[in-house]
Write a protein that binds this ligand. Structure first.
Ligand code: TYC
Length: 114
């Protein structure tokens, strides 16, 4: 079913002309719940592999990818990006497949953000 518009035309208060008053109604459509894709540190996955994954699947330039990888290496986890649920789930799956293909234990999850 189509959403109702967030505005609705109303009749002007008897002004005798053809002017149109547009009143804004309260917003009804909620923005979608967003999810962050988080990569976890481990002792075995090569740093270079993580940097390449961040470039390939999260569109990071090499410098940003390196910074994120080092943050994960130091803090234990790091955010790769924020997406709608479907996109986040797909990214996680792509990362897991790539890691599995190359024999790395790299872990990647997604979680709702507020
Ligand atoms: N800790 C790994 C190493 O020293 C590098 C690494 C970084 C692994 C980030 C996973 O998500 C990760 N080779």
């Amino acid at each position: 079913m189509a959403n109702k518009p967030s505005w609705q035309p109303t009749r002007p208060p008897a002004q005798g002309d053809d002017s149109l008053v547009v009143e804004r109604l309260t917003q009804r459509v909620q923005p979608p719940q967003m999810y962050q894709v988080v990569m976890l540190n481990d002792d075995y996955t090569p740093m270079e592999f993580v940097v390449r994954v961040l470039q390939e699947y999260f569109s990071k330039d090499r410098e940003t990818a390196t910074q994120i990888m080092l943050k994960i290496h130091i803090d234990g986890r790091g955010v790769c990006g924020v997406f709608t649920k479907d996109v986040a789930a797909t990214k996680v799956e792509l990362v897991r497949e790539a890691a599995h293909r190359d024999g790395h234990p790299l872990q990647c999850v997604y979680e709702p953000i507020d």
